[in-house]
Design a protein around this ligand. Structure first.
Ligand code: GTP
Ligand code: MG
Length: 285
């Protein structure tokens, strides 16, 4: 039986930890069991119960305090993640061997992890070896998406994670509840974007012809391959949360191998009685 995982990624402060706790609560309301693993060695607080916490293995503060290493916060994080990649047996032990489990991995926000460092890819390959079906969930803060310029850079970040990890990926626009109704309407065009018109919106802002050409080529590429779409995520909207979960479940085929639940046993005498009654009714009418 396969196991299922969501790799929750995205820039710093995009809402990854909040997404994880919201999903856990939502799953609970559906009677599903979803667990969370914290993979952020610099995490200070999150409000979900953890199944495993990378800080048990290594903490950024300890690395930064080490006089022989002398790392700052970002270098410290990279060091921690490389240490983690060399110690996957810690994760294996923490996850156990439960079949059919569903785990969210709350990742750190340093964008370099998703652009060029090999750690996340190594993690994906390792999880796949442990029979996990992994879906990337890339979060982008809707607050930064109200201008098409910023939107294109968000799309590029999501794309770079997609290209480097080679797993199904669902892109999510978070904090939709913070948008004013007018901005919400405005942002709808970014959810299923037509990149060519996005490019036209921007065309006055380009100073250099070369830059305009490059942006046009990027927009064209994204559009031609329909590579990026965003789902809105409003933590107060259960239905919207469910749509996001369904997209992810579909991409990792969650539910296809689940055992069919037996219907409740019906009292045999009672069921016979009902049929008899129906039959009698039919005959007499
Ligand atoms: N209103 C609202 N606030 C949100 C939402 N998601 C996150 N926030 C707020 O945004 C801030 C950052 O959220 P986190 O969930 O910690 O973001 P993160 O991506 O885990 O951040 P890092 O781990 O530091 O990269 C917190 O103050 C959250 O309360 C949302 O859907 N709606
Ligand atoms: Mg976090």
């Amino acid at each position: 039986m396969p196991r299922y995982a969501q790799l929750v990624m995205g820039p710093a402060g995009s809402g990854k930890s909040t997404y994880c706790s919201t999903m856990v609560q939502h799953a609970e309301s559906l009677n599903r069991s979803v667990q969370v693993v914290n993979l952020d060695p610099a995490a200070e607080h999150f409000n979900y119960p953890v199944m495993a916490d990378i800080r048990e293995l290594i903490q950024v503060d300890d690395v930064m305090e080490d006089n022989s290493l002398r790392f700052g916060p970002n270098g410290g994080l990279v060091f921690c993640m490389e240490y983690f990649a060399n110690n996957f047996d810690w994760l294996e032990e923490s996850l156990g061997h439960v079949e059919d489990d569903y785990i969210l991995f709350d990742c750190p926000g340093q964008i370099e992890l998703y652009t060029h460092l090999p750690v996340m890819r190594q993690l994906v390959e390792q999880l796949q070896q442990w029979e996990f079906r992994v879906c990337g969930v890339f979060l982008v803060d809707s607050q930064f998406m109200v201008e098409s310029f910023k939107f294109i850079s968000g799309v590029m970040a999501a794309l770079s994670a997609m290209v480097s990890l080679e797993i199904p990926q669902v892109n999510v626009m978070t904090k939709m509840d913070l948008l004013a109704p007018k901005a919400k309407k405005e942002i709808e065009k970014y959810l299923d974007p037509d990149m060519y018109s996005m490019m036209e919106d921007n065309s006055d802002t380009f100073r250099s012809k070369k830059f305009k050409k490059l942006t046009k080529a990027i927009c064209g590429l994204i559009d031609d391959y329909s590579m990026v779409r965003f789902l809105p995520f409003d933590r107060t909207d259960e239905e919207g949360i469910n749509i996001v979960l369904q997209h992810i479940d579909f991409s990792i085929q969650y539910g296809e191998d689940l055992e069919v639940k037996e219907p409740k046993e019906v009292d045999e005498e009672q069921s016979n009685l009902n049929y008899d009654e129906i039959f009698q009714d039919k005959v007499s009418s």
